[in-house]
Design a protein around this ligand. Sequence first.
Ligand code: SAH
Length: 396
Amino acid sequence: MARLILKPGKERSLLRRHPWVFAGSVAALDGRARAGDTVDVCTADGRVLARAAWSPASQIRARVWSFDPEVVIDHAFFKRKVAEAVARRAAHPLLVGQEGVRLIHGESDGLPGVIADRYGPVVVVQLTSAGADKWREAIVGALVQATGCVAVYERSDSEVRGLEGLPPVAGCVFGQLPEGPLTIVENGLTLEVDAVGGHKTGFYLDQRDNRLLTRHLAAGRRVLNCFCYTGGFSLQALAGGAAEVLSIDSSAPALAAAQRNLARNPALDAARAQWREDDVFQALRSLRAEGRKFDLIVLDPPKFAPSAAHAERAARAYKDINLLAFRLLDPGGILMTYSCSGGVGVELFQKIVAGAAVDAGVDARIIDRLSAAADHPVGLAVPEGEYLKGLACQIG
Ligand code: SAH
């Protein structure tokens, strides 16, 4: 097996169990390895620290499979790791009864570059690193065994694969997708998941708990749901007894899916729902011009800053929408606001929202700090990255 030799002193983050080796930390590759091959990661003086997947095209030159230098990385390894991850979710009290669950969360489950979401009888897998790509067959086989699913659909069409020198890949890798639309029941509501054409793996599971919070806060309130996608927050607001729910998204297919979702839940009062295809930045300004007011606003935008390099421009965009939203709230109104930008951390996000409140001339208090759902853990040594952060603020 080839050996990746670190530069002197570059073992520190690995000793804290951070699973990435950046290009700048690599002194040499001793031996031959192709993309995805397993290498031993060694200190400058030759001590083996970990076994990792080699990725020559990426700035993240290696991702650790195991900090046990004796472990063999083979089919049995993936069978074990996948089964462990699936068992962790099965044992989690907050996930009991959920039909949509993230089963494998990359680095957090010791499987860098592997995402697997279960939607009822189907598992959708996304492989974003050279190592994960190489072990596709083992990972898929292990998922089938651990879950008993009828189909595994691969959605490895994320742009980040380009950074690893991998082409986009999508399609069924096990079994056959069931006929007709795939649906899950999430906290009492039936929602469609488009595993083939939807965003990411088809659905935003990380917002499950926050959608439920909206339901608890919605009674009698006029709700505005910005960046509504397939209407998850909107439908929970209706279920919670919202007086009216206006939902905005720039994607016509997303809005069409949202309306199908509403029709799938006949207990909800569809007459209270309005849908608007628009750019949220524009729409918030038009709503102000129209003199509209709301009591609960949800802002769940796509990531504005994929990395720290985009943080400044992203901060301006977050400030803009949060300020506009605060201005649309009547006294006592609540803003539920989120960021999934890797380049904007929790503290910066809170500063931006606090600044927006000041500029909007409102007195806002945090009533809840929102984190990603229980099936979206963050590894102890792994930075937060693109994980969800959010705040619920109530104005005076
Ligand atoms: N809240 C949703 C997920 C939102 S994903 C849920 O719980 O499922 C982000 C959404 O923002 C996508 O549907 C995308 O179509 C939409 N979007 C992106 N940029 C936009 C813009 N400028 N104006 C309106 N919608 C936008």
